[in-house]
Ligand binder design. Structure first.
Ligand code: GLN
Length: 299
């Protein structure tokens, strides 16, 4: 399949459609990114790479990192994890507080912020040096020792992270956060601050198209059964209150971040990362979704 040609054709079509999205500004540092950036990278399960546009430029992967955090927490905690976080689509925005009271502090799924804060708490509880151990896990999966947090982004998010602090405090009142709030939030903000290029992101997530097996060394990052489950959660919860629409339009498990990145997985076939910083009202990359819709509708 000549994906390079297909990407160029889709982009030409995409440029004709006005992008009504807006760059995330509630994290001040994210507001400084050039809104017109656009990159794509696709990696097939037999290791062919296809790039387009700004595919080699780093950006803040934000909530896409929640998938890697979930995988590590699932490995460390096992099935007990699901006592503390659900696997149902929330139908609410990524940073919503509304369901937590009636759900007695148990977040609907691990990808809304409340759920990712519980996952952060699980990791802080298990790991000896949580931030170092987590980034080392990401580096191992990515097969790239240079992947890192951005302290600039983490600090910026901390300075305006009132909703995340509210979520963590509220869940602690239900005893669903076990560690110190500040430690959990610091871990969470760092997790969200990881920077990658589309190429790095696509290659990092290829194992999810290969039943959990890391292409670089043929080691299982997670079992086939667990990778099925993580893909299911991505399919149902990866785009918050736009998850149904993304499934309808694109038809692949995926995860977005407010930095404008999206990772999507075609099991058995490819992983693809798209980056376009302008977000729609649901906090997902508007051009990124459109691009993926056109790709999976066309081929
Ligand atoms: N760091 C962001 C936040 O907590 C993550 C949200 C996202 O990428 N959807 O608000």
């Amino acid at each position: 399949m000549d994906y390079n040609k297909i990407f160029a054709e889709i982009y030409t079509e995409l440029e004709k459609i006005p992008d009504t999205g807006k760059i995330a500004s509630y994290i001040p540092e994210l507001g400084n990114v050039d809104p017109n950036k656009f990159g794509v990278h696709l990696t097939t399960t037999d290791n062919q790479d296809y790039s387009f546009g700004d595919a080699n430029e780093k950006f803040s992967i934000q909530s896409i990192a929640k998938v890697l955090a979930l995988i590590l927490a699932y490995d460390l905690e096992g099935e007990k994890l699901w006592d503390r976080v659900g696997v149902e689509p929330s139908g609410t925005s990524f940073n919503s507080l509304v369901q937590l009271e009636s759900d007695l502090g148990i977040p609907r799924n691990p990808f809304i912020n409340a759920g990712a804060l519980v996952i952060s708490d699980v990791l802080v509880g298990h790991l000896k040096n949580p931030k170092t151990d987590f980034i080392n896990f990401v580096r191992k999966v990515a097969n790239d020792p240079t992947i890192d947090y951005s302290s600039r982004i983490a600090d910026s998010e901390k300075s305006t992270g009132y909703r995340n602090a509210a979520l963590a405090n509220f869940m602690k009142s239900f005893n669903n956060i076990h560690n110190e709030i500040d430690v959990v939030l610091d871990f969470y903000f760092h997790m969200c601050s990881i920077e990658m290029t589309c190429k790095e992101l696509s290659r990092t997530f290829l194992f999810m198209a290969k039943k959990g097996v890391n292409t670089h060394n043929n080691e299982a990052i997670l079992s086939a059964a667990k990778s099925k489950r993580i893909n299911s959660i991505m399919q149902l919860c990866g785009f918050y209150d736009e998850a149904g629409e993304f499934a309808f339009k694109v038809g692949l498990p995926g995860k977005s971040g407010v930095g404008g990145g999206i990772i999507a997985i075609y099991p058995g076939k490819y992983s693809i990362a798209v980056w376009s910083p302008k977000l729609n009202k649901k906090g997902n990359s508007s051009r990124g979704i459109k691009f993926l819709e056109m790709l999976t509708t066309e081929v």
